[in-house]
Write a protein that binds this ligand. Structure first.
Ligand code: BDP
Length: 680
């Protein structure tokens, strides 16, 4: 196995009492519906059970069975097992599952075929992670409405920030003919709980506006057809100046009647080809993308125009808040990129149509290994919003280093914004419950490509799986998600799970410790963003600085002497971040400029922290390799070697990080390491 089957590998289960239990119940399946999603669920069931239990699944035999179907679908077993009050609790994507000894079956019922499919994946997951199945009785619904993956794939087959090969959607400026891999991708995504995928880059180049033209729509519709079977809606990113590039208008002014009509016609054309089309993802007035600013209009004008075009078809506009000045003067210490999203969008709260969702990156900068939570969460009381994470490890080792990001995402989701009463967690803003939004949810930039194992680093699959699971249920812990992923991918050997779980759970902390210190970020090579370069972005236009000199380091974002960014938070959050005494160590340099001799809560000086963290980080990166080598006899050679190669590279590269960062700060500060380790 090369990793292609990922968490749908269905490894053979060990013999024992649970195995016997599974064999007893799972060999017979009763399905009555012809619907293609139900049939896909059936096929998945056969594949999973036959592989894990090494038995044949039949639909004929008598005795105990699994019954799957919708409540209205005419399957008598389903009808008899679930009472009306249970059925009433099952939402459009959820399911009920119940073991009923009297009826001789385990029944999985949904109000829609997609719900049934999720239920089948659920039971397969329980079996694959050796959970008992004889007392099942629950209703499971996803917590978040939108659970979305954003691809940054370009139609020429390249992938922006792609670290796992080329696109599997496009080749030579066309959509691929063979949809086999896309089907397997849809299975993987659906099994993790995803229900929406945008298939093209948010940076829609002029020539790519053709995507929504008659030349491409039939092919886009083929992909939508594959997704549909797995309960996933397709979205497209659009270029705000589409009417000028794809159309022949002279303007893209959102208040121009001709432009508005153009988008309406376009929407009608798209829905003709794809009746369940999800809607548009838009990056406007950001990093040189066109937008409403050109015409003196604001983001609400732009988004609402598109929303109006989509509304009657049930479509939505996902408008990104990653908007900032990427041509700033680095000499100006008052302009602060971190402020930008809030400054742009807070004044527009309440002005967006009902079918617009703002998509907000988790932090105010850009997916650094450590950032505070974006202060826009909590600031928008009357606007639909989704959070955006980056599964692609652009700034976290580019899938050459292992960095399990679920713990980071968990931290963000659990952050208390204090926006509405004592407890106002990001996860409750994102799931729509805090403000009662019409639309809400969670999106992330994909980390897949056409590499055999999808993600380049095999262990990066855990981020893809973990994102889906967390979007479905944010209350799952990072440990639970890791352990599920490991069993489903590698099987249930406890030594394997113990080791991989430790590697995953330590990895974010390790990566953070040998890269940019204490929340300051950005010490990377410009453009491609891989590897250390302390001053790489220091004198550039992108607004990403650390201000290190011979006395100190950090960005002063306080109210009194800095950019005032800390005041974008609410109540005690604003106070803590603004205060040098209270600011948490891990974010100190994000909020404050301090001397190297400043003493942290940990009791160390900033400079000693930098030295220690980098020495320890590089050592711990090397230990990851040692830990992995303990699994050599327990894994297939292919899987073992894939990860070994990457961990070797990481161990070497972590030393390079250590040496560059430590030397830089030693030379700047002239302060010795108290432990006298060698710094160059
Ligand atoms: C940054 C990437 C850039 C993206 C941008 C975005 O470096 O390639 O276009 O985010 O989110 O992280 O639009």
């Amino acid at each position: 196995d090369s990793g292609y089957n990922a968490w749908l590998s269905y490894p053979v289960l060990p013999h024992g009492s649970l195995y016997d239990q599974y064999v007893k119940w799972c060999g017979t399946v009763k399905v009555t519906e012809e619907n293609e999603t139900i049939q896909a669920a059936l096929q998945e069931w056969r594949q999973g059970i036959e592989s894990m239990l090494d038995i044949k699944v039949s639909s004929e035999s008598e005795g105990l069975c699994i019954a799957i179907g919708t409540f209205q679908g005419g399957n008598a077993v389903i009808r008899s097992v679930f009472a009306e009050d249970t059925i009433a609790k099952v939402g459009s994507e959820g399911f009920a599952i119940r073991t009923r000894a009297e009826a001789g079956c385990i029944a999985i019922g949904g109000s829609t075929p997609a719900g049934v499919l999720h239920g089948v994946f659920h039971l397969l997951r329980l079996i694959g992670s050796l959970s008992p199945i004889e007392q099942l009785d629950e209703v499971v619904n996803p917590v978040n409405g939108l659970r979305m993956i954003n691809h940054w794939d370009n139609v020429d087959g390249s992938v922006e920030r792609g670290y796992a090969g080329r696109s599997f959607f496009y080749e030579n400026n066309r959509i691929v003919d063979d949809l086999e891999r896309i089907r397997d991708y849809a299975r993987l995504m659906s099994s993790a709980g995803i229900n929406a995928i945008s298939i093209n880059n948010v940076n829609v180049h002029e020539w790519e506006t053709l995507f929504i033209s008659p030349a491409y729509l039939p092919d886009v519709s083929r992909i939508a057809g594959v997704f549909r079977v797995y309960g996933i809606r397709l979205f497209l990113s659009v270029n705000f100046a589409g009417p000028m590039h794809e159309g022949e208008l002279e303007t893209a002014d959102p208040l121009d009647p001709g432009v508005r009509q153009w988008w309406k016609n376009k929407a009608a054309e798209i829905y003709e080809a794809i009746p369940d089309f999800g809607g548009f993802v838009v990056k406007a007035d950001s990093e040189n993308r066109p937008g409403p600013f050109t015409y003196g209009r604001d983001h609400a004008d732009g988004a609402n125009m598109l929303a109006e075009a989509l509304e009657s078809f049930g479509g939505i506009v996902i408008w990104r808040c990653f908007v900032y000045n990427c041509k700033q003067d680095w000499r100006d210490r008052k302009t602060d990129r971190a402020r930008a999203a809030y400054d742009h969008f807070k004044p527009l709260d309440g002005k967006f149509n009902d079918n617009v969702i703002l998509q907000i990156k988790n932090g105010p900068m850009d997916f650094q290994v450590r950032e505070p939570v974006s202060p826009l969460f909590g600031a928008l009381e009357r606007t639909n919003q989704v959070i955006e994470f980056q599964i692609a490890q652009e700034y976290t080792g580019q899938q050459r280093h292992v960095c399990y990001l679920v713990p980071q995402w968990k931290e963000v989701m659990e952050f208390n914004t204090h926006a509405k009463g004592e407890t106002s967690l990001v996860k409750h803003i994102v799931d729509g419950s805090l403000w009662g939004n019409r639309y809400s949810g969670i999106a992330a930039v994909s980390n897949v490509g056409n590499n055999k194992n999808w993600t380049g680093h095999l262990l990066a699959q855990a981020n893809l799986y973990g994102f889906g699971r967390l979007a479905w249920n944010p209350d799952l812990s990072a440990e639970e998600i890791a352990s599920e992923w490991i069993s489903l991918t590698f099987g249930t050997d406890p030594v394997v799970s113990g080791t991989i779980s430790r590697i995953l759970l330590d990895s974010w902390n390790i990566y953070e410790s040998y890269t940019a210190p204490l929340g300051v970020g950005w010490m990377i090579n410009p453009e491609h963003h891989y590897g250390p370069n302390v001053d790489g972005y220091e004198y550039s236009q992108w607004g990403t600085y650390h201000y290190a000199d011979h006395q100190g380091i950090g960005v002063d974002r306080t109210v009194q002497t800095g950019t005032g960014y800390s005041a974008q938070y609410i109540g005690s959050n604003a106070e803590h971040y603004d205060s040098l005494e209270d600011c948490p160590d891990e974010l100190l340099l994000f909020f404050h400029h301090v001397p190297y001799t400043h003493v942290l809560h940990s009791g160390k000086t900033v400079i000693q922290h930098i030295y220690d963290a980098h020495f320890e980080g590089a050592e711990r990166a090397a230990e990851l390799l040692t830990m992995w080598s303990g699994l050599k006899e327990r894994l297939t050679e292919d899987l073992y070697v894939q990860v070994e190669d990457r961990l070797q590279e990481q161990a070497g590269h972590a030393k390079e990080w250590r040496d560059q960062i430590n030397s830089y700060f030693y030379r700047k500060s002239g302060i010795e390491d108290i432990n006298m380790r060698s710094i160059y």
